[in-house]
Design a protein around this ligand. Structure first.
Ligand code: GRG
Length: 290
């Protein structure tokens, strides 16, 4: 199957599973509606796709990795809802639609994020996988999302606003804020499949390069993108006085860097057969426009 058909099939499988989870959640006030609004609002599903496809690479059944993929996407969705709040980036649009707090109010947006984060871990804990794999998956996701990962990166990101950060500081923020969750996605796929430790580490190394390329592409789109396609205002990094690699190194150098990181990502998968989808995905993401 060519990459687009496989990607579409994965996205549909993820969309259906996420929809089924929302139907299990109670409807107290606007909570379910606010959670579902952001969870089912047209994200690219890159992280859960990685979970399923790394699981497939290591001979696992992607169906059994679905709860891990969906749990990880719930954490990602909570982070976007909270990132958009007035006390953080104060954004009005996400994926071309009004942000969660604009539709449901701040209290509901905070609670929808809290509830998605919590539901993520019950979703992982209830996966139909051997207990040792569930335990490793929970620990992996918690580590990536918590103080040593995404939340830590968000704190540094907010602290860095208005400051002239060094390239090393920018790298730390981008690795923690974005990279850790992408690496976790690859690890969850490997864990679901019961891969060897070497396999998991190779997938993680692929994802670290892919994650950095993904973030730099995001920074490039913030300068070069089409607002309607990107789904949020162009120029927000500059407006929020954020230091980015694009501001520091320039557009051409960053475009070349995305290409070389993508090649390095693909190189980490060299020992494995059945790697074509993940290699193609890295190249598709390097040229993405949204
Ligand atoms: C609030 C704890 C907390 C963390 C927020 C993820 C994050 C941390 C902030 C998002 C800000 C941002 C634009 C980061 C750059 C890269 C990135 C993570 C983009 C969003 O991910 P995509 O492109 O989004 O996969 P979709 O909409 O496709 O799900």
């Amino acid at each position: 199957m060519e990459i687009n058909a496989q990607l579409r099939a994965d996205q549909i499988q993820i969309e259906d599973a996420l929809t089924a989870y929302t139907k299990q959640w109670p409807a107290y006030g606007a909570l379910n509606e606010a959670m579902s609004y952001s969870l089912l609002s047209g994200g690219k599903r890159i992280r859960p796709v990685l979970v399923l496809e790394v699981c497939r690479l290591f001979g696992g059944n992607p169906e059994r990795a679905l709860p891990l993929a969906c749990g990880l996407e719930m954490v990602h969705t909570y982070s976007l809802i909270h990132d958009d709040l007035p006390c953080m980036d104060d954004d009005d649009f996400r994926r071309g639609k009004p942000t969660n707090h604009k539709v449901f109010g701040e209290a509901n947006a905070v609670l929808a994020g809290d509830a998605l984060l919590t539901a993520a871990f019950s979703t992982l804990a209830e996966a139909d996988l051997p207990p040792d794999r569930i335990q490793r998956a929970v620990a992996t996701l918690a580590r990536a999302a918590g103080p040593a990962g995404m939340v830590g990166g968000q704190v540094l990101d907010l602290l860095g606003e208005g400051k002239d950060l060094t390239e090393e500081e920018i790298l730390t923020i981008e690795t923690l804020k974005t990279g850790c969750m992408i690496e976790a996605a690859a690890r969850l796929g490997a864990i679901a499949a019961g891969s060897s430790q070497e396999g998991e580490e190779a997938a993680a190394a692929y994802a670290r390069k892919l994650g950095l390329a993904f973030q730099i592409r995001d920074d490039l789109l913030d300068v070069l993108g089409d607002e309607a396609e990107f789904g949020k205002p162009i120029g927000s990094d500059e407006a929020n006085q954020k230091s980015t690699f694009v501001a520091r190194k320039g557009i051409a150098a960053c475009e070349a860097w995305v290409q070389s990181l993508t090649q390095e990502a693909v190189d980490h998968l060299a020992p494995f057969s059945g790697k074509e989808f993940l290699c193609d995905l890295a190249h598709v993401l390097a040229g993405r426009n949204k």
